[in-house]
Design a protein around this ligand. Sequence first.
Ligand code: SAM
Length: 474
Amino acid sequence: MANYNVKSLKAEEFINHEEILDTLAYADANKENWELIDSLIKKAAARKGLTHREASVLLACEDKERIETIYALARQIKKDFYGNRIVMFAPLYLSNYCVNGCTYCPYHMQNKCISRKKLSQEEIVKEVTALQDMGHKRLALEAGEHPTMNPIEYILESIKTIYSIQHKNGAIRRVNVNIAATTVENYRKLKEAGIGTYILFQETYHKESYEQLHPTGPKSDYAYHTEAMDRAMEGGIDDVGLGVLFGLELYRYELAGLLMHAEHLEAVHGVGPHTISVPRLKRADDINPDDFDNGISDEIFEKLIALIRISVPYTGMIISTRESAAVRARALELGVSQISGASRTSVGGYCEPEPEDETTEQFDVSDKRTLDEVVRWLMELGFIPSFCTACYREGRTGDRFMSLLKAGEIQNCCHPNALMTLKEFLMDYASPETKALGEKVIEAELQNIPKEKVRQIAKDNLEKIEMGIRDFRF
Ligand code: SAM
């Protein structure tokens, strides 16, 4: 543990291997220490969050009754912090050219079967128009790492193109970016281009496994990858999104590493991660998940989601269409606050379906429903699908967002904004069935806006949206 230092800027010190091993041993030693476990549940119930050590003890605990208590608490914390709103987004794959050798990813350089493709700016316009026609307002850009095919200039130009597209009532109002670790200078450029969250999955926090899984290419440098979020924040990016790819390493190791990373960002930059994603390894071209030993069951997956929820209550959680509708429903209840809908993981997939004999996909999608179907399903489950991007556009990012959230004030912005953006969706894109249900939901949910004055403004704005005027926000 000698080298563990949460404030250090060196990867091996803030994600210290010895500290994780000690944490796991401590968790094993205390997994039936009921007094400690009950005190940790009590601490989490007081909305104080949990450290990596504390969460690891609860992860090791196998007592059914206590696990149910943890789930109930996760549900309650989810409700208290995020209400019943679920933020919607879609990934946009720009290019699958890649110089890395990641053994679990079909983009890896040695894969000669996958057809390589990079969208031109004209193709991006077509893809984004198709996404706008579904009703999307928020995108996550995805690209392989390739210094000549996908340099930062290409990413910046693509962001500019995306923000410039005005099609009918549509507009992409927030572009999040999931590209390889880069320099402070490039992060500064991304910030200037107006990105929302910078997302980078750690894949695994276990250095030795990381090096085996990333044998070649720039991504093979564990320290450079792990320290990326510090560079992003140095470059002025307020909102960063963490994640591990579950299935690569032991999940207990990953939960400890993930929470240590969150603790590090909070300690050094005064603000923790904006989001945590929970991807699981999937079948893909040239990739068989069974070749990796650490796949996790749905039960463990749910437990991880619940524990992340109660450990970092202020961090949004994201789940993608890698998961089925059934798994997503359970994840939404236990902690997830953002989901993708109608995703295509192939380059150019929103305009042209993939030909049978050709594949550019990154992984198999489990949830293949349309956005309209996902929106209706969410409302049937009691959620409000939200297309809101207001916080980012009003400058409520980083610690400004967190302090509003911590003061409980976000209810007065998020709830009306969610209803107004849902109304826009219903007016512009929804099927008659979804629209009919949505109108009822909005009517009922208006009553849950705490301040009367805000409720009245929301009502007025909803009427204006009905008349064809768009983009109101608090
Ligand atoms: N090139 C960037 C990078 O290296 O971080 C962008 C990432 S890639 C387009 C997005 C994410 O997909 C990766 O970070 C990885 O976690 C995930 N991914 C790769 N192969 C996968 C697979 N077979 N199943 C599920 N997710 C996968």
